[in-house]
Design a protein around this ligand. Structure first.
Ligand code: SF4
Ligand code: SF4
Length: 312
């Protein structure tokens, strides 16, 4: 049974030291490619596959946004951490929700990718730019992305964002700090949280902690762990004292979206491949145009007439 430590800066279930030493010898070995993490559990409610996850206890969140600032520092995105919504330049956000019928009382709600056990974004992507790792994160390969944005349509939580403002836009979302996990570290947001509202650990152990909190404090929590079975189960789990729908959480059901969409996708492979090829051409053209613009700007800065190379 895991030991629960409230208010710790690092995950009580899997501290950085534990990650670096024994318990996550599995991680250190594992995340470099040889972690003995079996395939995803068939029962998402047990989370017994050894993968990692996060537990966000909304009753513990004080809205300080340390998690958001830490994410920005760790991952280098450029948005405003005080903004209440994620975007192409912001991977996580904290929004303030005034409780219905209780003016003046608020809850702070973190938003980021839920890292589905069976992610719709990954199954919708025609070129495999998104995939679920055995360790838990759903990661993104920018080098493969062709900008078709099927992932944005497929995600039941409406998480992936597109960098519309940049010349070469990419899809943006939380990657559960996969590079930090590879180094044996906790995700930056969990490490930064001063109250333990965001904690990191094995998903199965986080489920046990969440169930214990509900059992020990039935007056404090609604009897539900959001993410246990939503969309087939997600690596991020939430506890709350307010019904999740009142806080704006999506009602997504428990069927993994890929099971719903697979039949449709299988019937349109030619269309999908055609669109994918078209989008690849568009992205190539955008890249070529960007290169031309940069070359022109360089010539203009050097005082060289357009169309002639310096020195010609
Ligand atoms: S929440 Fe959305 S973006 Fe994240 S893994 Fe699930 S489907 Fe993909
Ligand atoms: S897990 Fe990492 S990428 Fe995701 S919100 Fe936390 S700090 Fe940001």
């Amino acid at each position: 049974m895991p030991t629960e430590v409230r208010g710790a800066r690092t995950c009580p279930l899997l501290s950085r030291r534990a990650l670096l030493a024994g318990g996550a010898g599995a991680v250190a070995a594992g995340l470099s490619g040889s972690l003995a993490v079996p395939a995803l559990a068939s029962d998402p409610a047990t989370g017994g596959d050894g993968s990692f996850g996060m537990l966000v206890d909304l009753t513990e969140c004080v809205g300080c946004r340390s998690c958001v600032y830490a994410c920005q520092e760790a991952n280098g995105w450029t948005g405003d951490p005080e903004r209440p919504a994620i975007d192409g330049d912001q991977w996580t956000a904290v929004r303030e929700v005034e409780l219905p019928g209780d003016p003046g009382h608020v809850r702070y709600v973190r938003t980021q990718c839920f890292h589905c056990l069976d992610p719709a974004c990954a199954s919708a992507c025609p070129v495999g730019a998104l995939h679920k790792t055995p360790e838990g994160p759903v990661v993104y390969d920018a080098g493969r992305c062709i900008g078709c944005r099927y992932c944005m349509v497929a995600c039941p939580f409406h998480i992936p964002r597109y960098q519309w403002e940049t010349p070469l836009p990419l899809v943006a979302k939380c990657i559960m700090c996969a590079p930090r996990l590879e180094r044996g570290e906790s995700p930056a947001c969990a490490e930064a949280c001063p109250t333990g509202a965001t904690t990191f650990g094995r998903r199965s152990e986080l489920i046990a902690v969440a169930r214990k909190r509900i059992a020990d404090h039935p007056d404090r929590y609604v009897p539900r762990i959001y993410g246990l079975t939503e969309a087939g189960g997600t690596s991020w789990l939430y506890l709350s004292d307010v019904p999740f729908e009142e806080l704006g959480f999506a009602s997504v059901g428990s069927t993994p979206p890929p099971q719903k969409t697979q039949a449709v996708m299988e019937k349109v492979p030619v269309v999908a491949v055609g669109v994918a090829a078209l989008m690849a051409v568009v992205r190539w053209w955008e890249g070529a145009r960007e290169s031309r613009d940069e070359a022109r700007d360089a010539r203009e800065r050097a005082g060289t007439p357009s169309g002639k190379e310096p020195g010609a």
